[in-house]
Structures are given as structure tokens and as C-alpha cells.
Design a binder for this molecule. Structure first.
Ligand code: HEM
Length: 136
């Protein structure tokens, strides 16, 4: 038998001493696990009282991690209209880490080429201008 909890109810449990997470529409009480989490307490606190489905899945947690989840189950979440959609939370920061930064790499590369080209063009025209002045 599992309890049905509203989103508003889950949102009340967002502190380190009382931490619930929603993953795949199920509510987990992670209070006892915060200190043991191999990924650190910070990421769990970031998504405390919220939907952590995306954050949890983005990391690609092992089956072992999923077994731990089973032991923390409190109940099912009952979504009401206007409840927040699943969000990625802390994973944004992780995605923007070494892997995420490479995404902006190609864009920056093109910008760098443009700067070099424009610089070279200025240098060329400046040089020819000075030459023409000298020849006067
Ligand atoms: C109650 C929910 C969670 C449980 C039971 C859990 C459990 C675990 C476990 C057992 C590991 C070790 C690696 C593995 O077995 O996959 C791990 C690693 C990790 N977890 Fe979680 N996790 C939870 C939620 C989250 C959330 C919401 C995030 C948010 C981003 C997160 C981020 C990470 C990261 C970044 C690692 C990698 C740590 C490393 O390899 O240095 N976890 N987690």
C-alpha cells in the first residue's frame, strides 16, 4: 500500500533534516541517505521537495542506486494542475561542467576565426593605406 501525496505536501520536505524527492512520480524520503550519497549532499538538497527525475536520470545512476531508492519510498505523487513539471535542477550545473562546455566550443571557434579574419583585414588595409600615404 502506498500513500498518495500532493506536490504541495512534498514541497514541505526540502531541508537536510527532512528531505523528500520525486522521481518518476514516486516520493522518496532521502533524509537518511543525504550524508551517504556518493554524488554529495549538495545535489540532493538542490532538488529537495521537488521533482528530481531528470537530475537523477541524467547522471545515469546504477541499478544499485535504484535499489536504494526502493528502500526510501514514501508513496506516489498526485499531480494537480499547475504543479511544476519535472525539472533537471542540479544536473544543469553538472551538464555545464566539462562535458557541457564543449557544446559551446564550436560556436566560440567560429567567433575566434571571425575576429582573426577581421583583424587581418584591418591590418592589411591599414598597411596599404600607410604605403599610399608614403608614396605621396
Ligand atoms: C534518492 C535519490 C538518489 C539516490 C538513491 C542516489 C544514489 C547514488 C549512488 C548509489 C551513486 C553511486 C553511483 C551509482 O551507483 O550510480 C550516486 C552517484 C551520483 N549521484 Fe546520486 N542518487 C540519488 C539522487 C541524485 C540526484 C537527484 C542527483 C542530482 C544531480 C545525483 C547525482 C549524483 C552524481 C553526480 C553522482 C556521481 C558521483 C561520482 O561518481 O562522483 N544523485 N548516486
Amino acid at each position: 500500500m502506498s500513500e498518495e501525496l500532493t506536490y504541495a505536501e512534498v514541497a514541505k520536505h526540502a531541508s537536510k533534516k527532512d528531505l523528500w524527492l520525486v522521481i518518476h512520480d514516486k516520493v522518496y524520503n532521502c533524509t537518511s541517505f543525504v550524508d551517504e550519497h556518493p554524488g554529495g549532499e549538495e545535489v540532493l538538497l538542490d532538488v529537495g521537495g521537488q521533482d528530481a527525475t531528470e537530475a537523477f536520470e541524467d547522471v545515469g545512476h546504477s541499478d544499485e542506486a535504484r535499489e536504494i531508492l526502493d528502500g526510501l519510498l514514501v508513496g506516489d505523487v498526485k499531480r494537480a494542475p499547475g504543479d511544476p513539471a519535472p525539472k533537471s535542477g542540479a544536473t544543469d550545473k553538472i551538464a555545464a561542467g566539462p562535458g557541457g562546455r564543449s557544446d559551446s566550443g564550436p560556436g566560440l571557434g567560429i567567433a575566434m576565426y571571425a575576429v582573426v579574419l577581421v583583424g587581418a583585414a584591418f591590418a592589411y588595409f591599414g598597411y596599404t593605406y600607410m604605403q599610399s600615404q608614403e608614396n605621396k
